[in-house]
Every structure is written in C-alpha cells, then in structure tokens.
Design a protein around this ligand. Sequence first.
Ligand SMILES: [Zn+2]
Ligand SMILES: [Zn+2]
Length: 254
Amino acid sequence: MLQDYHVHALAHGEYEYTYDWLKKFLITARKRQIQELGFAEHDEFLSRIDTSILKRLQEEFPDITLRLGLEVDYIPGREDYIRQISQSYDFDYIIGSVHFIDGWGFDHPDLRHLFEEKDIDQVYSRYFELVQMAVKTGLFDIIGHLDLIKIWGHRPRRHNVLFYVESLLNSIKAAGMLIEINSAGLRKPVGEMYPQQEIIELMASKQIAVTLGSDAHHPRQVGEGLQEVRGVLINAGFTHRASLQQRQMEMLPL
Ligand SMILES: [Zn+2]
Ligand SMILES: [Zn+2]
C-alpha cells in the first residue's frame, strides 16, 4: 500500500491549480500503484488551493484516496501565522519543513556556494536546532525531509550525523509526530533519500512512525523512488506507515 504525501501541483508557482493539471498527477499515481495521494502545496500558495477540484477528482479516481496537506516553512517567529493558516482548510496533515537557516535558503541552487564559507558542523548543528524548534511548536504532524541540509552532499566532519539527530528523534517520538521518508534526495546531488538509511534505522529502533513522499513538482515525479523507500523501510524493520485524515492518524501496512 504505497502513499505519496508530498506532492506540489503548483510546484514553485509556475503552474495553475486546475482539474486537468491535477488529474495528470493522479494518472501517474495510478500507474505507480499509489493508493493514497496527498497534495501538499508550499504555504505561500495557500490561496490558490481549490478543494472543489479535489472533490471532483476523488469521484473520478475512487481507487486512490486523496488527501489535502500543506508544507509549511518553519521559521522562528512565524508560529502565530502558521497556527492561523492551518485552520484555513480542512487539512489532513501539516508538514513542517526547514528551508532557511537564519535567512539563508540553503537548498536553493543560487545559494549553494555559501556552504563553502561556513563551518559545516555549525551548519548541521543550527539546521537541526531549527528542526527541533519546529517540533517543539506542536504545530506540525510530519517533519519534512529531515536531513535536507545534506542536499548538495555536504557532510559533517567532527561528528557522525547521528550525533546531530538523536535528541531530535527523541523529541519527535515524545511529541507523537511523524517523519516523512522523502525520495526527492535520490534525484538531487546527494543521491540518497531523506533521511539517510542510518537515521531510518535509528528511527526504527525508537519506533517512530513514518509517511512517504516524493516531493513531486511535476506529474512525472509522483511516486518516483517510493518503491525504493519502501524496500529500505522494510529492511529496517518497519511494517506500517501512517495515514492521516483531518489530522487524525491511523497505521496501515506498508
Ligand atoms: Zn520542502
Ligand atoms: Zn516539498
């Protein structure tokens, strides 16, 4: 039972939220045996979501359970705004993601070169500190692409990555939150899923529940890499993944 909970029909704003466009995502989902599909636009495009289109698509694709999510940029100070936009639709889930470190959009190709000027361990430390802050807000159901900081292939030098994530995983577990296994990293320079296998294994030992997402920004990317994700999860000992409806969780077989 595959799911894809991280799909951006609007990508970075260049497409329109129309019936015909969204239908293309469902056609790919069906081909790749995705049984649960969640559209989760970036929060800046919130006003362009049209739930009537999702209702019509659900009628046309009864074999795929459609969900409505949102991917929210976590930036300290944004908490009230996030609380407010989370009420703007009947969201099934809210993904909290860190894309900015103190104003630096580190995952943007134009800003990638700034890694060269920084101490990579300090970057890792600050990045995971921000993710930890996102968890502590209690505003999110799912943490998106947990180790996105590795996107361009930069690795910490003084410590193994587990040093940076272990206490974060404990907080996520204590908060009852989920971690997304995101296949987009497989098509990025780093060439591996988010988070990496060692972290997935540590998550398994702590029994942290997961969702799966492709981070598709185009219909052809729906479900891409998720069979591979499922294989890694099963090898790590996972048997189930989470499903969310109106922010209520249930566990379904992988
Ligand atoms: Zn993201
Ligand atoms: Zn995304």
